[in-house]
Design a protein around this ligand. Structure first.
Ligand SMILES: [Zn+2]
Length: 378
């Protein structure tokens, strides 16, 4: 795509722009009739027929059943994506582990793998990625790889550099280049929450939205923003920083020393500290069992989360705000506080926000990394 430069991959044919536009239509929006595609891409039927013949010959799409329009109009052949035309590997790195998936061209997960990181040393982690990719390659001819992690990533001429990742202790790591050298695959590196935002926009609960935001709750809190169908990359690789927005001046203190910021309430470490529990799930269990301190910690987290939702909504006027991540249970537990806080902090003239809570598994980030790979190659 235009924002990061397209990667070239040995296993992927060179497409020209019009072919790519047709393929993207079918990839993102599902099977379409030729008449519909002609309308959506502003191509003549004759041009479209020539383009689709090329895509069929490359094995990327198939032509199927004829659709007979309900009203007047000629019957039109349907164009379907050939999901098995290419396979992609996606990897999510945390500070301790690696989660990997293989998907087809339609982002369906076909295989998964989890590994503990023996160390956070860059060469060791890259070596482990190569080992996992190698294992998958035996069953799937891979076209490209995607890797995502919590951290800031910048892009330049198709290369991506991890500027900083707190959980891995990395700074200025040319990870795209390193993984490419170790695996031989075209590699796309992304911030994990941004990758998940793009994934939901293309294939998940954000399909059909033009402008949307996604909030990832976990050890930290991050957000991804899509405006006019494009992910916002920012000028230095770190847009959507919502973790230290101000909530109140009489709250707990976050790890950066701010009193009452979002992170002092919403992150897993903050909830554990504020609840006095031994862990996140213990805090939820204690609150559900009537522990007043844990209950307040979670309701305060819901309130702070509402500040984030309202701030994003006020800035970009989204069709939807998705909340997901391993700490999603907070939003469910404190849904009343979340709703009240959104109403309180939203601009008085704004429409109510459509908030969707989306179940989460760690493989979701790996799935998102694979979709980043698809996106970068197509
Ligand atoms: Zn803070």
């Amino acid at each position: 795509m235009t924002d990061t430069g397209r990667l070239t991959s040995a296993g992927w044919p060179e497409l020209h722009d019009a072919q790519r536009a047709v393929l993207l239509e079918v990839l993102i929006h599902g099977s379409r009739s030729r008449a519909d595609l002609a309308r959506r891409t502003n191509l003549s039927r004759a041009t479209l027929m020539r383009l689709t013949r090329g895509l069929v010959e490359l094995g990327l799409v198939t032509e199927g059943q004829t659709q007979v329009p309900a009203g007047r109009g000629r019957p039109s052949e349907m164009l379907h994506l050939r999901a098995e035309a290419a396979y992609f590997v996606g990897v999510k790195l945390t500070g301790d582990a690696l989660y990997a998936v293989v998907t087809d061209l339609h982002a369906k997960i076909l295989a998964t793998e989890e590994r503990i990181l023996p160390s956070r040393d860059v060469a060791t982690v890259v070596g482990l990625i190569a080992e996992v990719v190698d294992g998958f390659s035996a069953d799937f001819p891979l076209t490209a790889a995607g890797v995502c992690l919590a951290g800031d990533v910048t892009y330049s001429h198709g290369d991506s550099t991890v500027l900083g990742s707190h959980f891995l202790g990395w700074e200025n790591v040319p990870l795209g280049e390193l993984v490419h050298s170790a695996t031989g695959l075209a590699t796309a590196i992304s911030n994990d929450v941004q990758a998940l935002t793009v994934a939901h926009h293309w294939f998940g609960v954000g399909v059909g939205c033009t402008t949307m935001a996604l909030i990832g709750l976990g050890a930290g809190i991050g957000s991804g923003i899509v405006v006019n169908d494009e992910i916002v990359r920012g000028s230095r690789g770190h847009p959507g920083k919502v973790g230290h927005l101000f909530v109140t001046d009489t709250g707990p203190v976050c790890d950066r020393g701010h009193t009452g910021c979002v992170s002092s309430f919403v992150t897993i470490p903050a909830i554990v500290a504020n609840s006095g529990a031994s862990g996140f799930w213990e805090a939820l269990a204690a609150a559900a069992a009537g522990d007043a301190v844990a209950d307040l910690a979670l309701r305060n987290a819901g309130h702070a989360l509402g500040v984030v939702v309202a701030s994003l909504a006020d800035l970009i006027d989204p069709e939807k705000v998705i909340i997901t991540g391993e700490a999603l249970a907070v939003a469910r537990y404190a849904s009343d506080e979340l709703d009240a806080s959104i109403r309180r902090h939203l601009d008085p003239a704004a429409e109510p926000v459509d908030v969707e809570l989306v179940d989460f598994a760690f493989a979701d980030y790996a799935w998102a990394a694979a979709i980043a790979a698809i996106r970068h190659v197509v």
